[in-house]
Write a protein that binds this ligand. Structure first.
Ligand code: CO
Ligand code: CO
Ligand code: CO
Length: 314
């Protein structure tokens, strides 16, 4: 564990990014993320990977400023393909108002892409995952199920329209959601990515020393996910996520195996999970609306009892 008087958020709370104070008005938000292609379209891969990397700055309430490309690429693949990946990343960073100012490429068996991002936030205004308070309401800003959809794509069974919609959602920046949450002032936030909804909520309740109650019926799901689940399409990471939260989650007996897996589905570039005081919920929902955020689902609440545990009902 690294500690320093100006290190406002380090690596001890499992947060999305580190936050370092430069002076009373300015703190840096620093993060890196990269992964392997989620579809076979290089440009879309670039869009989604960049949106995902930028999201860790948004999850802290920061504004992305500068970024560097992190690239692994097989020397034998067409270099135009890499150009398309980088173009996607560039276009997404531009939409975020973030400059890509360099990067580094290594020869790699499998393509990998993402960004190192530096953002800014006012010291003390950073939103961590460690401050959720009993009585808070949990709001999720994107539907889940992208892991199941992209795995179905690799198996050749995801319908084109289902994949296209999921890619659009994954490529969506969490910029509007972050702006809304910063306007309102919330207690905690994280983005939903590889550890799935339950995995990231587990980190939040553990770091915050609180419990949580979730209703599966209130969690928004991408169209097409249920069909794929019924065909047995589940990413390996999703099974690992489910074992990873077994020590933390009390599933209602009525929940099917498919419902439990879905709640643990490994996401790519998912939405923000925001813990907001109940008194500010309506204000948050209307700011999310004003910021163009389509999905704003109230999925549960934070409790004082059952600290460190999550109760999931149907
Ligand atoms: Co994150
Ligand atoms: Co991340
Ligand atoms: Co270099």
């Amino acid at each position: 564990m690294v500690s320093h008087p100006d290190l406002l958020v380090g690596n001890d709370t499992g947060d999305d990014a580190a936050v370092y104070r430069l002076d009373d008005k300015t703190a840096l938000v620093v993060t890196v993320d990269f992964f392997t292609p989620i579809t076979d379209d290089p440009y879309e891969f670039g869009l989604v990977a960049a949106a995902n990397s930028l999201s860790d700055v948004y999850a802290m309430g920061g504004k992305p400023l500068l970024a560097l490309n992190v690239v692994g690429f097989p020397a034998e693949l067409a270099v135009e393909m890499l150009g398309d990946v980088l173009k996607g990343g560039y276009d997404k960073a531009t939409e975020a108002g973030c400059l890509i100012v360099g990067g580094h490429t290594v020869d790699d068996e499998e393509p990998k892409y993402g960004l190192t991002v530096v953002g800014l936030v006012e010291p003390g205004k950073e939103v961590t995952n460690a401050n959720a308070k009993p009585g808070d309401v949990l709001v999720l800003t994107k539907p889940i199920g992208t892991g199941i959809i992209t795995t179905g794509c690799k198996q050749g069974i995801t319908p084109d329209a289902v994949l296209k919609h999921a890619v659009d959602i994954m490529a969506e920046l969490n910029k509007g959601a972050a702006e809304a949450m910063m306007k309102v002032g919330v207690n905690a936030c994280t983005d939903i990515t590889g550890f799935g909804f339950m995995g990231h909520l587990k980190t939040m309740v553990r770091s915050s020393g609180v419990g949580a109650r979730i209703r599966v019926a209130d969690v928004p799901v991408l169209p097409g996910v249920w069909d794929l689940l019924e065909k047995g399409t589940v990413p390996g990471g999703t099974f690992r996520n489910m074992s990873g939260v077994a020590d933390t989650v009390d599933w209602d007996d009525s929940l099917t195996e498919e419902q439990r897996l879905l709640m643990c589905d490994a996401q790519t570039s998912g939405g923000l999970l925001i813990s907001v005081p109940r008194a500010k919920l309506d204000q948050l929902l209307s700011e999310l609306d004003a910021c163009g955020v389509q999905t704003k689902a109230v999925v549960g609440e934070i409790t004082a009892e059952n600290a460190g545990r999550i109760t999931v009902s149907a």
